[in-house]
Design a protein around this ligand. Structure first.
Ligand SMILES: [Zn+2]
Length: 323
């Protein structure tokens, strides 16, 4: 070094510097390659499966490339696909977890009946009351103080006038109900909403009145114990038509309106919650007027399966066990 000519020393220093810069770039490049591939599912679970992000594809995809994966990937090969609108549940990573999420999407896993219950004063109390996928029945009680936070009055015709909590539903369900009513009207079907949200206290008053009139056993078949009514979730609405005088009775199921509702409710994210002949499973007699919001995709799954919500969750429990 000491004997080197000055230029030679500069040259050596330059070569060393080049080497360091090159090494740094190499490392950085390697990280990036890993970064894009590895971080893909984390930052955009809904993005196309494992496509390294390259700039030009954004514009090319839409227009003419049939080979490029579409912006909305067909993740629907998994059985019950979670609605995208679900507040708390992200769909699992596309290439996800081999053992768990492969069988069940996150929304289902998070809302399995066996995982959403606790015992309180000998009562089975639901822990996911505010989920769109809550399962309420005679074995699963809502907390007595549960009140949905986003209740609103849907812009649909009602069978009665004046302000009432009965007109309310949760925001997302209310918006879906408006679409359902609009769809019905387009088809020449006139429906009216009869009864939506019901507080724990109001349900208690109704049950007590029914029990006094018909006896507790009969009251239990047709009306819910407080805490066991789906109406307390803000996700249910009773609907009826002029053809039955807006009554909530079985004959509604045979009317043109009732048949339209049964055929199309799922298109708007609702299910007929208490189908005919399923009393032993749901705990309630046939209620063709009672629709429950579940979101479009889950409602479609349930409707297609022809299962009750209890049975549908049963199949999810079974696949969770298998996984
Ligand atoms: Zn009802």
């Amino acid at each position: 070094m000491r004997n080197m000519p000055k230029t030679g020393r500069w040259l050596l220093a330059f070569v060393i510097a080049l080497g360091i810069v090159g090494w740094v770039f190499h490392m950085k490049g390697g990280d990036d390659v890993l970064g894009t591939a590895g971080a893909g599912p984390a930052d955009s679970p809904s993005a196309a499966p494992v496509t390294p992000s390259s700039q030009p594809s954004e514009t090319a995809v839409q227009t003419d490339s049939p080979t490029a994966p579409a912006a909305t990937p067909p993740e629907s090969s998994a059985k019950p696909t979670g609605p995208a609108s679900l507040p708390s549940a992200d769909p699992g990573p596309a290439d996800g977890n081999p053992d768990d999420s492969a069988a069940l999407p996150a929304w289902a896993a998070d809302n399995l009946p066996s995982r959403t219950i606790r015992t309180e004063d000998d009562l089975a109390v639901i822990t996911n009351a505010s989920s769109l996928y809550v399962l309420v029945n005679k074995k699963r009680n809502l907390p007595s103080d549960y009140v949905p936070r986003d209740l609103t009055v849907p812009d649909v015709p009602f069978s009665f006038s004046g302000d009432s909590d009965k007109k309310k539903m949760r925001k997302e369900a209310a918006a879906a109900l408006e679409k359902l009513f609009a769809g019905a009207e387009k088809a020449g079907i006139r429906l009216k909403a009869v009864s939506g949200y019901r507080s724990y206290a109001r349900q208690k008053a109704i049950f007590d009145a029914n029990a006094a009139a018909k006896g507790a056993e009969e009251a239990n078949r047709t009306s819910a114990h407080p805490g066991q009514s789906e109406h307390q979730t803000g996700l249910a609405m009773d609907v009826s038509s002029a053809s039955v005088g807006y009554a909530l009775e079985e004959s509604f199921g045979k009317t043109e309106e009732g048949r339209w509702l049964a055929a199309h409710a799922a298109d708007y994210g609702f299910i007929i919650r208490y189908p005919k002949g399923k009393e032993s499973i749901t705990g309630y007699t046939y209620e063709p007027w009672h629709i429950r919001y579940l979101g479009k995709e889950a409602a479609a799954e349930v409707a297609e399966s022809r299962l009750t919500l209890e049975q549908f969750f049963g199949t999810l429990e079974a696949s969770a066990e298998k996984a």
